[in-house]
Design a protein around this ligand. Structure first.
Ligand code: NAD
Length: 344
């Protein structure tokens, strides 16, 4: 079995080499992302292994099929970069539905604490022997209300962490999780109520037609003045232009973004010697109350090992049995998780 591995970073190799060797799989690592121009590199391989910013659109799918590639093995949970509808019946798409919800949920809290306790400012100040506290006043999380949109694996871990801080939780999910409400501090509400009452809003839903720009000008208008927006899910859940406008208007008090709508052009690469062409990203980064990380919420040792193990197992399982529970199908107008039958 031969796999063409796209968008390779140095931290991918140790874990994938380990599990591929155990299963007798050969991996060719390509640094380039998979797209219409690079799909030809996959010729002669059985599978492609792709990440969040590889583009598996209809043209790429047709090319992969022509080159005899059977499988698209996503080494991530989200699949908004794959045209599942078009792929269905042509090429099999496998994913890693869960690898470490803790990694993402803990990063979300790390960003929130950094923002509200001004750790990013303090780090720079004290390195310059500036021990002044002016402008460093933060706020307690205890007693604050967090609105969590998407109560799947990551959302629920994040809720647990927030409960540890003594926060109240207003949750919203298209498919609420039975047993999550505790009759006191955690309750499901409609989106409008969440927008109106939350001090902090954290996004943990997938990017779908329903959730595209779930944070936009209209929803931000409904929010409390000073609301903090956390997005460690997918960039296009937030209309970045509307967010910037609301930050400039002092409506939004802080934003912690691990993902960005146009991240595929920049994230994971070093642009430190360049002039950034994206004015919205540049302006967001320039704000004192915005923290941007480069889609790194998943990046822990534990998550990397789990990702590699599940991705390789998916491929092996598919090649042996011609089916795999972690396959994505398309039925009734939406993508479906084959294991759970859950629609997206
Ligand atoms: P999950 O499938 O366990 O949970 C997603 C939840 O969103 C589900 O409960 C689902 O019912 C809900 N949902 C679906 N449509 C919705 C809608 N229209 N409105 C509200 N809720 C809706 O997924 P997860 O493992 O918790 O991951 C959540 C998201 O986190 C992924 O989709 C992915 O985009 C993102 N993610 C980011 C990183 C990172 O490094 N930043 C890493 C992993 C996952």
């Amino acid at each position: 079995m031969k796999i063409a591995f796209f968008d390779t970073k140095p931290y991918d190799k140790p874990s994938f080499d380990r599990y591929a060797k155990e299963q007798g799989i050969t991996i060719k690592y390509f640094e380039t992302k998979l797209n219409e121009d690079t799909a030809s590199l996959a010729e002669g391989y059985d599978a492609v292994c792709v990440f969040v910013n590889d583009n598996v659109n209809s043209v790429v799918i047709d090319k992969l099929v022509d080159y005899g590639v059977n499988l698209v093995a996503l080494r991530c949970a989200g699949f908004n970069n794959v045209d599942i509808k078009y792929a269905y019946g042509k090429i099999h798409v496998l994913r890693v539905p869960a690898y470490s919800p803790y990694a993402v949920a803990e990063h979300t809290m790390a960003m929130l604490l950094t923002s509200i306790r001004r750790i990013h400012k303090a780090y720079i100040r004290t390195r310059d022997f500036n021990f002044s506290l002016s402008g460093m006043t933060g706020c307690d999380l205890y007693g604050k209300t967090v609105g969590v949109i998407g109560t799947g694996r990551i959302g629920r871990v994040f809720i647990n962490i927030c409960r540890g801080f003594g926060m109240k939780v207003l949750a919203y999910d298209k498919y609420p999780y039975e047993g999550l409400e505790d009759g006191e501090n955690i309750k499901y509400v409609e989106l409008n109520e969440l927008f109106e009452k939350a001090d902090i809003i954290s996004l943990h839903c997938p990017l779908t037609e329903d959730t595209y720009h779930i944070i936009d000008e209209q929803s931000l208008e409904k929010c409390k003045k000073g609301v903090i927006i956390l997005n460690t899910s997918r960039g296009a859940l937030v209309d970045a232009e509307a967010l910037l406008k609301a930050i400039k208007a002092r409506k939004v008090g802080g934003a912690c973004l691990d993902v960005y709508e146009e991240e595929a052009d920049f994230f994971f690469e070093d642009y430190s010697g360049h002039i950034l062409d994206d004015d919205i990203l540049a302006r967001l980064i320039s704000m004192p109350n915005v923290i941007v990380t480069s889609h790194q919420a998943f990046l822990t040792e534990e998550a990397l090992m789990n990702i590699a193990e599940t991705t390789i197992n998916n491929i092996v399982e598919y090649s042996r049995n011609k089916e795999c529970p972690n396959e994505l199908c398309y039925r009734g107008g939406s993508a479906v998780d084959c294991r759970s039958g859950k629609c997206f």
